[in-house]
Design a protein around this ligand. Structure first.
Ligand code: BG6
Length: 490
């Protein structure tokens, strides 16, 4: 494994701890080595020392000293600029050495933990020196992580640039949401159980809500975030994963393309927004100063790296429709934002109401319809809300929740969320990675929104205080349809 950007945060916090966790589960081949590439001038010895220091801070559990020492002996470092041809010559030499020392069979995968501007260039340079050529039955793969472009055109341009020098099957586009157990579990819930699929359609489902709520602000990423905004940062990628897994047809097998074909079909079936739709079915917001956990927190516009007049959105809500037989007429409401009252990602499937109310003193419209909630994080579980009789001599109804929590059943092995994805790339399973067409289809959904928002800059920002569930227009989006968001504040 070659990591470009080896001295960065992702490597330190996620990639190295994930590799170590794989090693401790016996999932890392003995014939394995890591080569870090970064600008900092350091020798391999110095880099190993730094790696050890960082690991003490970011390990997800207790460290087995022998295993760590084994791991460190398999780590090499190449110092150099990503746009300097000699870096690639040095890398080739180091890889040849690692092949000899650890019998890595010339199978390489390159993780580009760099700024996205480098993706195309690094892959071209790797191809130029022959490091992307698959021959004599060895494999060469490259992992990149969002942002894949800034909009539809730039995403297409990036795909074209990559596909000029490598094949689509060599590209592994990571979406870290697919590394989450609970996200993968949407498939298990739907397709490994007989009771859900028959009612998973427009006949029984009233609407779907997807919320990805964060309590954090933009932290130290103001510079990046201000050029992206909540829509680009979360919707064409993470939220589209949640939509496609929730809405897709059962694939004919669990083979990578069978699953991804079904996901892609959903992306293509999302009804395109007209300009009028953008005005009536999307909401944008930016947080102002507010109070969270009894602490004053600053407005987005005063965060580090953010211009004081910024018009970048930190909240987005929208209503989507999926034009196919299963979902025609069933709205998918989604929202995501920073500085909301709870950190909570969930999918709410709201079923239709009981058609007629048998019980005295209860109106059908007073009863909360059944909801199945897939809790993605921080709680990991599934809950079902239904009506039950409240104790007493008369027939009165109340709402109850039947809760399942993963941790009660399976315990939790600490992980970074990258273990499965790295392992899948090593074994050549691309199921959880994005194909070029999926990335472009995701951008196609949001592109009309980006265009209209750009043409009509917001006049009312900031329009929600930190610590609120977004601007009031977000609630109104559902209220107009006689519905409301389910909020989890924990
Ligand atoms: C990242 C976004 O992709 O996902 C961040 O750039 C966001 O802005 C993060 O905070 C959310 O990930 P998670 O795993 O914390 O839900």
């Amino acid at each position: 494994m070659v990591i470009f950007g080896a001295s960065g945060d992702l490597t330190r916090r996620k990639l190295i701890p994930a590799l170590y966790n794989l090693a401790s589960q016996g999932l890392l081949s003995r014939e394995f080595a890591v080569v870090g590439v970064a600008r900092n001038p350091m020798t391999t010895e110095e880099a190993r020392h730094k790696l050890t220091e960082d690991f003490k801070q970011f390990a997800t559990g207790t460290i087995d000293q022998d295993l760590w020492e084994w791991f460190v002996r398999h780590f090499y470092y190449v110092a150099g600029d990503f746009d300097d041809p000699t870096t690639y010559d040095k890398l080739k030499e180091t890889l040849a050495g690692a092949d000899k020392d650890h019998a890595t069979h010339e199978n390489y995968f390159f993780y580009l933990a760099t700024a996205p501007d480098y993706f195309g260039d690094i892959v071209e340079r790797l191809a130029k020196v022959g490091l992307m050529t698959e021959e004599n039955s060895h494999w060469r793969r490259v992992i990149i992580e969002k942002p894949f472009g800034h909009d539809l055109d730039t995403a297409k341009a990036l795909n074209q640039q990559l596909l000029k020098v490598v094949r689509e099957t060599q590209i592994y586009r990571i979406d870290h949401y697919l590394g989450k157990e609970t996200v993968q579990n949407i498939l298990a819930l739907r397709f490994a159980n007989g009771i859900f699929e028959p009612i998973w359609n427009r006949r029984y489902i009233d609407h779907v809500q997807i919320s990805v709520a964060e309590t954090v602000g933009v932290e130290k990423r103001g510079g990046y975030y201000d050029t992206a905004g909540a829509l680009r940062d979360m919707v064409p990628n993470h939220i589209m994963q949640l939509i496609t897994l929730t809405a897709m047809e059962p694939p004919i097998s669990f083979e990578a393309n069978a699953v991804r074909d079904e996901q892609a079909k959903i992306l293509h079936a999302i009804q395109p927004f007209t300009s009028e739709d953008v005005l009536s079915k999307t909401v944008r917001g930016q947080y102002g100063e507010g109070t969270m956990n009894s602490q004053r927190v600053p407005a987005y516009r005063t965060e580090e790296g953010v211009p004081p007049e910024s018009r970048t959105e930190t909240f987005v809500a929208m209503k989507l429709l999926i034009d196919n037989w299963r979902w025609a007429g069933v709205p998918f409401y989604l929202r995501t934002g920073k500085r909301l009252p709870g950190r909570n990602t969930h999918v709410v499937i709201q079923f239709r109401r009981a058609p007629f109310m048998l019980f005295r003193e209860t109106q059908v419209q007073d009863l909360m319809p059944n909801q199945l909630v897939l809790h993605i994080q921080p709680e990991e579980g599934i809950s079902l809300r239904f009506a039950a009789k409240t104790p007493g001599t008369t027939m009165r109804l109340g709402e109850v929740d039947m809760d399942f929590e993963y941790s009660d059943y399976f315990g939790a092995t600490p992980s970074t969320g990258y273990e499965r994805l790295l392992h899948d790339c090593m074994i050549g399973d691309a199921t959880l990675f994005q194909r070029a067409d999926m990335v472009e289809a995701g951008w196609s959904v949001v592109n009309p929104v980006l265009d209209v928002w750009k043409a009509l800059p917001p006049r009312n920002f900031p329009n929600y205080p930190a610590g609120a569930w977004g601007p009031k227009e977000s609630d109104e989006l559902l209220e107009r349809d006689g519905r409301r968001w389910r909020n989890f504040e924990k």
